[in-house]
Design a protein around this ligand. Sequence first.
Ligand code: SAM
Length: 275
Amino acid sequence: MSGILYVVATPIGNLEDMTFRAVRILKESSRIACEDTRGTRKLLDHYGISTIAVSYHDHNEAARTKEFLERLGNGESIALVSDAGTPLISDPGFRIVKAARDAGIAVVPIPGSCAAITALSASGLGTDTFYFGGFLPSKSQQRRRVLEQAGEMESTLIFYESPHRILETLDEIAKLYPTRTVVLGRELTKFHEEFHIGTAAEICTNLAARPAIKGEFTLLLDRFQPGEDVGSGTLAERMERQLGLGLSRMDAMKAVAREMGLSKRDVYQQWEQNR
Ligand code: SAM
């Protein structure tokens, strides 16, 4: 009989956020597949888990998947963990889970921490519907496009962002959605946990005043509300602003159309008439 592939969530910072079940499964599995064996070893030692830990990351996924499928096929059970939180959520693991499913092998989730859900649950933003966008793109233009598209959803938006880009991203959000509530969860579950709540511009100003921006960030944006004040100024002023940000004419028209609740055609006609 085949073994079981367990997908085991681990803490996102606070070692106490490990479940009893996760500890038992990690102890009982024949192998623990982890992104970084040294990092995971600290967690395993803390809980007295002596199971063999083997690496499974973006660079050896294909080879390891083959090996793990063989082991699973021979009746061994394997536990998949990532550096922190829930595997596969902006972390490796998709390939082995898909391959196991395709091979008819049982895949059992062992739930626990996830930064996106942790941040959402305490954000004060609506939780009935939300969109998780993973990491925002590192390039400004792509990031802006993602924010524009997601910004039209009537759902709370959740993204992961790196400390190096957080100010840039907040600045972009401030331009796109100046009045929207932003919640920034920093170092969640850790000693220096913080929630910054305000407009993107307010949070950006507060963070920029710090000597250094460090830690892990989860960024949430309130949902689009029909009638939301997105920017100000005449149509021509808005067009100039978008073009000044480096957008193409077409993208600038799209952005202004969204801001003003007009069709792209209307924006085009009015802009052409007044030029
Ligand atoms: N699999 C993880 C999960 O379930 O949340 C996410 C892994 S992803 C590689 C790491 C990103 O998640 C960080 O860059 C940060 O954006 C977010 N994150 C992880 N831990 C966090 C924490 N303690 N506080 C705030 N954000 C966190």
